[in-house]
Design a protein around this ligand. Structure first.
Ligand SMILES: O=C1O[C@H]([C@@H](O)CO)C(O)=C1O
Length: 549
């Protein structure tokens, strides 16, 4: 089956949290339309950029793009962003059942509202390791009243100006900012656009909730008053089921949970989401679990569940560690790896600016997309010296970052095609005393095995012995917890060049990115629609069709 979609991208005034703000919409909607398909289907999306003054690129998060590398949608890596008035056609196969998402991958544009969910059901005749009577999709995001332009300018200025905490948390694009003392033309508490989202259930039935986090910054907890959730899927992979009252979800992750509507049907129940891992300054986000026959807009008279304490780091780490592969869907990892890359995550100063670095390298994207440069053997596009695979083992992860002399580089990691690579993400103190943050790391083009998490500094000889090689979950996004490490293994079996980055928008902007290349010579030549920036302009000039008379 081929799904042929046409999406017009434009700015719209929205009252997503009752406060009037421009959002980037798809066919008028934020979040954009859900893509619903079956395993093996082809998705074609014609993206028309009607933004007037701004480029666009859309990434299909969790879709590996096997054989369709040019559709990964990553500005500076697989394409030049699409200019106003132009159309870019993405085409790819959804080859694995599960819950995925799409979003802008151009600067910090995602946080302006360009995102949505991708839902892939199994092939006809194939079943999943759980059953349910109905399903709902839930897109979680955070919302700022300042624009990505103001934020990016502040973040790159001297002195550094941090973006702060979001104004609201949105559930399917709806939140509630406190409009008291604001003019109704600016903030309108009764605008229908900011009515709470509601999810209807029939008493006694079981529902699958597909939950995606597309936050710019916030790590979240998600809970439903009076109902336990059973986690069954993560990032398109089946999870050995476990029950929880609150689901921790980091930006870039998706989960499916099962809930049974087994409470009294005399009323509705609260659904809430709250900020964890950073000291919150954002009100709890809320929606309604609507039990038939109650009215969907009836707020429960109870107090919404407050969620766990923001600084209960131990329970977050425990939940991460409890996510394992479902017993009949274990894909065993290779028992050894060919290479181990240690990545020390630090906040640094570079030329007076505050940046984020990996092994002291703060990454910047070149003007010409990597994949085109690699195909054309252009060696002047990015730094050809290999990116560093390790860091000074004497580094004290508990002290305020003293390595203030990070470098800025476009360098990449070149991996042997089909080799097995371990990546050990190592957290450390930021430039603030007693502060280490949570970073959700997302890999394009692959799923990886999550081999383990630990506290303190990773020790290859002792911690490496404790890797879970029996039933590790595969994911595409994983948290790195404060002062800890996270170990991943992946096979470099997808030809191309793939970005691996912190999914927090400001951290991505400030250099928290690396690139993995392998087998890029096997990728087909770049389509003309991916060109138009940097050195690729010279290629377009060579095409007879674009030579003017
Ligand atoms: O990148 C960041 O900068 C601030 C803080 O470290 C300095 O203001 C913060 O909380 C981040 O996540």
């Amino acid at each position: 089956v081929v799904h042929n979609l046409t999406w017009e991208i434009s700015y719209q005034y929205k009252y997503l949290d009752c406060y009037k703000k421009l959002s980037v919409a798809i066919n008028g909607m934020t979040p954009g339309p859900e893509i619903s398909a079956a395993e093996g289907d082809t998705i074609i999306v014609n993206v028309i950029n009607n933004l007037l003054m701004e480029n666009v690129a859309i990434h299909w998060h969790g879709i590996r793009q096997i054989g369709s590398q040019w559709s990964d949608g990553t500005d500076g890596v697989t394409q030049c962003a699409t200019m106003p008035g132009d159309t870019f056609t993405y085409q790819f196969v959804v080859d694995k059942a599960g819950t995925y998402m799409y979003h802008s991958h151009y600067g910090m544009q995602r946080e302006a509202g360009l995102y949505g969910m991708i839902k892939v059901s199994p092939r006809a005749g194939e079943s999943e390791p759980f059953t349910y009577d109905g399903e709902h999709s839930i897109v979680l995001s955070d919302w700022y009243h300042s624009s990505p332009y103001e934020q990016a300018t502040n973040l790159t200025s001297i002195p550094y100006q941090w973006i702060g905490e979001p104004q609201s948390l949105l559930i399917n694009g709806r939140g509630k900012y406190d409009c008291a003392n604001l003019d109704a033309t600016v903030c309108n508490a009764t605008n229908p656009e900011c009515l709470r989202s509601n999810f209807t259930v029939s008493p006694g039935l079981t529902y699958r909730l597909r939950i995606a986090s597309l936050t710019s910054l916030s790590a979240l907890s998600f809970q439903i008053e009076g109902h336990n959730m059973t986690v069954v899927e993560a990032d398109g992979n089946y999870v050995a089921p476990f029950a929880t009252q609150n689901l921790y979800i980091y930006s870039g992750e998706t989960y499916s949970v099962l809930i049974t509507a087994n409470q009294s049907s005399s009323r509705n129940y609260w659904i809430t989401t709250n900020v964890v891992s950073r000291k919150p300054a954002t009100p709890v986000g809320s929606a309604i679990l609507n039990y038939i026959p109650n009215h969907s807009g009836d707020d429960p008279s109870t107090i919404p569940p407050p969620g766990p304490l923001w600084n209960d780091t131990e329970s977050r780490k425990a939940q991460s560690a409890s996510i394992k592969a479902e017993k009949d869907h274990i894909q065993s990892p290779p028992s050894t790896s060919d290479k181990t890359i240690l990545l020390l995550n630090t906040q640094n100063t570079f030329q007076g600016r505050t940046v984020w670095s990996l092994n002291n390298v703060s990454h910047s994207l070149p003007d010409t997309p990597y994949l085109i440069a690699l195909k054309k053997n252009w060696t002047d596009v990015f730094d050809q010296a290999p990116a560093p695979e390790s860091y000074d083992q004497g580094y004290d992860i508990y002290s305020v970052a003293n390595n203030t002399n990070a470098i800025s580089s476009t360098s990449i990691y070149r991996l042997t095609f089909n080799s097995t690579v371990d990546v050990i993400l190592q957290n450390a103190n930021t430039m603030t005393k007693n502060d280490s943050e949570t970073h959700p790391w997302h890999l394009h083009g692959h799923d990886f095995w999550v081999l383990g998490y630990g506290d303190d500094k990773f020790n290859l000889s002792t911690d490496g012995q404790k890797f879970n090689l029996v039933n590790p979950i595969m994911k595409n996004t994983v948290p790195l917890h404060p002062y800890g490490w996270t170990a991943l293994r992946f096979r470099a079996d997808n030809p191309g060049v793939w970005i691996f980055h912190c999914h927090i928008e400001p951290h991505f902007l400030l250099g928290m990115t690396v690139l993995f290349e392998s087998g890029s010579e096997m990728v087909a030549d770049p389509p003309q629609q991916n060109m138009g920036c940097g050195k690729t302009k010279s290629l377009i000039m060579q095409q007879p069709s674009s030579v003017s008379p």
